[in-house]
Design a protein around this ligand. Sequence first.
Ligand SMILES: [Zn+2]
Length: 422
Amino acid sequence: MPICLKKDKNIEEREFKLELDDSLTGYKHHVFVIVGARLVQVYTRRDTGLIMAALASSEGKGTTGAVDPSWPAFYGDLHRKYIRELGKKTESYEYQVTEHLRLSGVYWGFTAMALLKAETEMEPESVVEWVLQGYRTVVIAGSSQPGTKVMGGGWGGNIGHDVHLLYTTSAVQILAICNALDRLSKEQVTAIVHLISSLQQEDGSFAGDKWLEIDTRFSYCALLTLSILPDIELNDVIDLPAANAFVASCKNFDGGYGCVPGAESHAGQIFCCVAALSIGGALDSIDRDQLGWWLCERQCDSGGLNGRPEKQADVCYSWWVLSAMAILGRLDWIDKEALIGFILRCQNEEDGGIADRPGDEADIFHTFFGFCGLSFLGFFERSGLDHMAVDPTFAMPVDTVERLKLKCQSYFTARTIKSEDA
Ligand SMILES: [Zn+2]
């Protein structure tokens, strides 16, 4: 029988038993915190410190909702300076080795700044110009009439590079965040849709480009990009039921998802699948408790999250794991205090930026995902810092998602526009 920590002492034990028997069988080794008649937190029994904190909180002495004095400070000004200067250090090692994915780098940096409400420091107009400059057309297969060419359009990792779905997604996201989707011509939007439709395979899966590598990451990118583009209905341009069915077929016995059917569960892949099913309106195919459990088990002793069992904690899983948990409405299953502490310890206190783990070199990828984690965990709110929440399905600031009226199935509640009934 699980242990229950009760905040409201008037509630009878048997009422908990009823609730637990109904929906929480199989959690024998866990501790449940129940406030009123609502389950608010689940801990494993080894988390003795947390359980004591929850008990203290239930007595009115807890620190939940406040800033923990043991956390390092959040170096917002330094991070902004770090991101602003990244694009200028063109001789640096980091700049050189990330040349092939510059578009994604700009997306991470720009969106990170938007979460701090500092995107104007990134000169949005020149970012938009640079993105539009990188657009390319490609001839794609799929024309039914011999001799006629179908034109597709999209972006490569940098100007002049081959078009790939990953970078096409980043480009469209940047334009969306900058409120510049209307800078794409009708012909360009049609060509991007053609490109994405042409990448869908018979079994519903998506390839990333003409080399036909299949991966559930590309399913997410396809659905995400199409849902952002103006005046496009998913059902009109792709086989949506097949797309959802393919993602669902990548589910494993542990509740997680891999890159193709039968591939090992991995948090990055799980995010892509959960978010794809969220956009595709097929969230019901997920066992939220089983997957929520696999995801919350990713928390290590350091407070950080890993991507698979037995791996080291890494800040980027504060995005991959938490965004999936946010969509599934299971964020409360994480020890938020410990994870906030871990992310803050990964900051570079001298030059700004966030690293994968404490003491490592900061980079823009982990900086962005660190901010996202802090957003999901409510850190900015608790600290009174001006910020914009990130949306877990669309990986863009909530105000962008609301402005574009993007629809999905989700249990995420920070948006003021209600998601479709999930
Ligand atoms: Zn990482």
